[in-house]
Design a protein around this ligand. Structure first.
Ligand SMILES: [Ca+2]
Length: 163
């Protein structure tokens, strides 16, 4: 009796599993990457030669977000290979005041939300949490003189997680 009951339950569970499987497959196939985008981090590729750096991520004033930049990525400025920390030297320091964010290295990774102030993306492991002061689109871009982006090359990948 117990064995019969056990067999019955086993068959019922197997039948249920088999009937759910096609439904699950249809769900997986019909649920495109869009769903993942809302749950997984936004992957942003920041091109060194793009002074605008639109990310498509619209933030509200007061909204927090985390930017993670994996270490050891490189991009270059007129053949000078550097990282998101950027580069500088005694000669070019003189012209640094002409960059979009004076005081930051050349090709230092910068950010701006809407019309908020431009600032450096902190590059600590584990990411950098920041709260938007202004509403608007998050922009991520390298620091450079506005007319000298053309000789930059390469890109850096960042992950943005709006809270
Ligand atoms: Ca340049």
């Amino acid at each position: 009796m117990i064995r019969m009951l056990r067999n019955y339950i086993g068959r019922t569970l197997a039948t249920m599993a088999l009937s759910i499987l096609p439904l699950w497959l249809v769900y997986v196939i019909l649920t495109p990457i869009d769903k993942e985008r809302t749950t997984v981090l936004n992957t942003i590729i920041i091109n060194a030669n793009d002074p605008v750096g639109k990310t498509g991520i619209i933030l509200e004033a007061g909204q927090s977000f985390k930017i993670s930049v994996p270490a050891h990525q490189q991009w270059s400025d007129a053949g000078i290979i550097t990282t998101a920390e950027g580069w500088n030297n005694w000669f070019y320091r003189t012209f640094n005041r002409f960059t979009v964010h004076p005081g930051s290295n050349y090709l230092r990774l910068l950010m701006q939300v809407g019309v908020g102030s431009i600032r450096e993306v902190q590059l600590q492991p584990g990411g950098f949490v920041y709260t938007a002061i202004a509403e608007g689109e998050l922009r991520l871009f390298a620091n450079d003189v506005s007319w000298l982006y053309w000789n930059n090359s390469g890109s850096i990948t960042a992950y943005v997680d709006p809270k």
